[in-house]
Design a protein around this ligand. Sequence first.
Ligand SMILES: CC(C)(COP(=O)(O)OP(=O)(O)OC[C@H]1O[C@@H](n2cnc3c(N)ncnc32)[C@H](O)[C@@H]1OP(=O)(O)O)[C@@H](O)C(=O)NCCC(=O)NCCS
Length: 172
Amino acid sequence: MLLIGKNINMRTVALGDAEFIYAMRQNQDKTKYLSKVTGTVESQKEWIKNYKKREKEGQEFYFVIESKNEEKLGLVRVYDFKDGSFCWGSWLIKEDAPKTTAIESALQIYEFGFYNLGFQKSHFDVRKGNDKVIAFHKRFGAKIVDKDELDYFFHFEKSVYELIKEKYKRYL
Ligand SMILES: CC(C)(COP(=O)(O)OP(=O)(O)OC[C@H]1O[C@@H](n2cnc3c(N)ncnc32)[C@H](O)[C@@H]1OP(=O)(O)O)[C@@H](O)C(=O)NCCC(=O)NCCS
């Protein structure tokens, strides 16, 4: 699976990405608000093998975000398809990636979820305290619909995406 963006491409992960994923998930500072990944590069490979079965069944898509020169810039995952809605997360971008990588990858995820997969809505959770990411989603027009002691739960409608898409078309 390959999604073609303006300055990035997003392709589903392969076994050879285990080292990259492992290194990204070991970055203590960047993964402060993500669930802990323990184990080794070998266990990451096992995880990818199992993920590939879910990908084949169309249950989950885990993307490496790359530059047009195939430099790996980050990761993002689409999963938990239910009630006409898809969840996205595990979003992680290298510190030195070009500035537009975050917006471009979010747009590619919405294009994929709303048009390729055909969902009407998206849902995701963001840890309380992850203020930059909370602000990012609010600027896009996502709404906080619930919270618990750990997370804020967001919804983002396709109809809202279709309105903001106009504003962001230069990133598509
Ligand atoms: C989440 C993550 C991938 C977002 O990437 P990021 O590059 O930090 O995203 P930013 O919010 O800084 O956005 C990048 C740039 O686009 C700009 N931008 C973001 N949203 C924008 C919008 N709606 N309109 C215009 N510009 C926007 C930002 O201002 C920023 O530019 P600046 O550096 O000049 O201020 C990254 O912070 C990360 O890896 N975080 C750690 C893991 C994590 O918390 N993941 C999310 C779990 S839910």
